[in-house]
Design a protein around this ligand. Sequence first.
Ligand code: UDP
Ligand code: MG
Length: 328
Amino acid sequence: MPDSLAPHFHRDDGPTFSVVVPAFNEAEGLTAFHTRLAAAMAPLGAWEVIYVDDGSTDATRDVVDYLRRDDPRIALVSLSRNFGKEIATTAGLDHARGEAAIVIDADLQDPPEVIPRLVAAWRQGFDMVCARRRGRPGETALKRLTARAFYRLMRNAGSVRLPEDTGDFRLMSRRVVDAVRQLREQHRFMKGLFAWVGFPTTTILYDREPRAMGGTKWNYWKLWNFALEGITSFTVMPLKIATYLGLAVAVLAAIYGIQVIVKPLLFGNPVAGYPSLMTVILFLGGIQLTTLGIIGEYLGRIFNETKQRPLYLVERFHPSRARVEAGE
Ligand code: UDP
Ligand code: MG
């Protein structure tokens, strides 16, 4: 295990909680977020917050720098470019020192006021406390429908059970954080990775708020790719489907072939069959290309994993000042 992945051990001078906040172009709302977070964390004991600036092109980093002046509990990890939320979250977890880590979005869709309830469940002995949203306000019927279909598919095909309507908003104990940090795959479907590590898990319900400001960075194409990531990361079912589809077509082709041979023997051979020939060629061509595409999806991922590149590069890291003063 490389040194950077060695488990952290809690030290008396470290914070109890590390709040990990991936932030991409969130300058507008970050101050409001931090105020609400600080208010929610105040009664819970020692804590730090790690803002991961995921290559923002706005003033996100300056806002964090500004907040750091007054608040020694703030750490800033600035990534060298935009790596995406999954990797930004991973970078935050890599820099978290707390006995428990809380992952929360910067856009106030995950209300910080829910954190004390996550902590209460953790104190009862759960290693992973997921926050499950009660409804999906502000989302279209189509998005809700596709989300439901995706969860059903993953439940039937996947080897891990994904909790439904649960995002990355959750609390993890130190041993879960250390377990997740060992999973260094490039294609990171975080919900799946969180589910994969296991450990005693519980769920609490909360009302997800509509985005406070700015816009979501999701569109249907991105969501489709996100779903593909989830499926290919956790099941080889599509490859199996390709196999059985191929078998089924072969059986049908054999039956049809017999008919093609027998019919002219019994009834003579008026030359015909252009439409059926065309149909079969196009049908088989379609199936072959789709199957190749499925293989390609997996092959591309194997290619990306074999390069063994680091997950992210840190451009700048400012630890929380409480940590600097403790002599690190
Ligand atoms: N985010 C990030 N990198 C990205 C995209 C998003 O760190 O490339 C952060 C973003 O700043 C926010 C969180 O991930 O804190 C969730 O993003 P968003 O609100 O766009 O997603 P949604 O809530 O619609 O799922
Ligand atoms: Mg959001």
